[in-house]
Design a protein around this ligand. Sequence first.
Ligand code: MG
Length: 388
Amino acid sequence: MGTGRVVLVVAAGRGERVGGDVPKQYRMLAGQPVLRRTLQALLQRFAPGEVRVVIDPAHRPLYEKTVCGLGLPEPLAGGPSRRESVRAGLEALAGDPPQDVWVHDAVRPFVSTALLDRLAEALATRAAVVPVVAVADSLVRRSDGAVERYVPRAGLARVQTPQAFRFDLLLRAHRTVPCGDFTDDGSMVWACGEEVATVEGEEENFKLTTPSDFARAERVLATRRTVRTGFGFDVHAFAGDRPLVLCGVGIPHQRGLAGHSDADVALHALTDAILATVAAGDIGVHFPPSDPRWRDADSAQFLRYALEMLALAGGRLEHLDLTLVCEEPQIAPHRDAMRQRLAELTGLPLARVSLKATTTEGLGFTGRREGMAAYALVTAGFAEGEPT
Ligand code: MG
């Protein structure tokens, strides 16, 4: 018997019945794919190296995008059914088997650390553990739209995932139990005549199957939402021999701005404001002016990088407000083009892209037309409980 454990996340399904053109585990939930939210919940307790996702190889590009930055090992190839996917995952691990294996549905993103703790504690002394939730509703068997008979609910419970097992026990169950109506792994172990222990599951740990489940999940996340603001500021001096770029838009003007990159003072302030929402330092930390790679660089790439860092931390840009300070050039004739470009770069609707301009009445360095300044303020939304 090996040591350690592997958590298999079953994500090979092709089910598109909830609607949309991607399988439900890749559908967006409050700005993040469901699978990513599920993985982030598991990574609250497990090391990235312990988590193996079982996928349909046809989804590989979608998967790569979904798990970007989480540091997971290579995914495993699944099969056409849930059972075959788990089996394929187990067989892939059988060469160097772990002591324990956990199996979790990709579409249960609300698994809590407390539940994972209860399962781990029970697995210390038992060979198979599943979480269950008592049935509160009355139960019937029905046929032809009428009650055939009432089913006493005492002692009945609904079974969830994650489910935790000794690896050799679950592998044996998958290898020996004949085909049948098995909807989870605990039932197969039980069919082998082995004891399956239970711990308390959680109502919140529901499975996303129908459109109403997705609507419920959106409501849950909305109540957990937190908001952060970020501030950014930048200054560049005018230089005679360069093109002027503001908010990613080339502005016809007799002077540009001096700087190592394209010196887009507006995008620099905006990039710093976005980095601030995840406390990730400033643009100079990530793109040092001493690095020749950023000479004359398009500052849009700095902005995209900051947006990626925000997304990796579980956040989503909600609004931005930029103020440009200069006596020249005139901003008003270019405002629409700049807002349009900012909306393109950030993915925000135009109504959430604010751009203002002011002079300093001839005072200070901007008043003397020596340079420009930009101030940026952004708002980002986060679902509480994200790991970073
Ligand atoms: Mg700058």
